[in-house]
Ligand binder design. Sequence first.
Ligand SMILES: NC(=O)NC(NC(N)=O)C(=O)[O-]
Length: 395
Amino acid sequence: MTVHLSEKKGNVLPDFLHLNDLGCESVGGKVLFATDDFFAPAENLLKKQRPAYHADLFTEFGKWRDGWETRRKRIPGHDWCIIQLGVPGTIYGFEADTSYFAGNCAPQISIQAACLKPEEVPALPARGNRIGTAASDEELRIVKEMRSDEWTSLVPISKIKSGNLDAAHNYFVATLKQKWTHLRLNIYPDGGIARLKVYGTMQREWPLSGLNHLSDLVAMVNGGVCVGYSDAQLGHPGNILGPGRAKSMKDGWETGRSLQRPPILKLGDKGILLVPGSEWAVFRLGHSGVITHIEIDTSHFKGNFPDTFKLEACILNTEEENEYNAQKWTLKQGPKWNTLVPATKLKPHTRHFFDGTTIKMLDVFTHVKLTFAPDGGVSRMRLWGFPRALPDTRK
Ligand SMILES: NC(=O)NC(NC(N)=O)C(=O)[O-]
């Protein structure tokens, strides 16, 4: 069953927006097939950056568009494409962003999903640059084997709103909580969409053989996810779990400047700024485990790195996490956080590493809270450790 939220209710955005984008090209999401890419290729759907618009930019095929745009159909049928998620996962919701698609927006869409084994995915030719083309007869023949028209429906045929400017976000809640590897996006009958965001949590298989290997327990690709935060004005905290090194400040978590800054700043005795207030984000690990090595990377944050950070951890079950989340983590009797790294000075544009000599508790945890003061930005957080089962008292 699927609920369609064609627009925000009041100013309340769907809860799933804080989850990871499982289809994003930055985590390995790929377009395997599209019926038509005439005006703009389907790969644009998976770009991380916000859609752009250039009033005077034209290609030899038509107006340049930052999205997927098919030709006006003069034959029966509708257009569709197949997306391979970057990492298999559970999907909680979708966003069809139609920014700048007005007059050429797809009027209706539907989304289907499948969980396929590698041998069930037929080898399709590499797509290359597809602008100006339609699927070849050979591609159509190969893709038919996937029987994608029979995949499970996550979003039934639904109208979407077109985006006159940079603000047409069509949200859909997905309620079937299973693991998916592939999506089929259908647009009816043709037209364009700027981005398809696939919000969910990644599901990594944790083989027993991996239990003695260090894994980044909070990495997005290992199922780590941000579940709450104080400020995401200039960059979402979930970004710091992303793959590889951050390419720019845009790929990190950045808060606005603290409103509690006094007119003249002073240093305390440990060289830490005496400014009230701090910013925080809570993350659920992809697997409960013991954290033995920590990296806090302020790369690209040169004039806006935080003065200090601290890292705490706790064990929470799903009900507890939901309860704290519903209260925006403001409950007085909040989780009992244990200090892993106490308030520690940070440097600009630097990778900071901590190991067992600094980390205060080598216990099993499920969640961590990264706090920095007074404000600023961090580009990556890596929490290397060993996946471990919860103690019997907390199962
Ligand atoms: N001005 C347009 O956008 N026209 C067409 N689209 C592109 N991209 O040129 C169209 O009619 O779909």
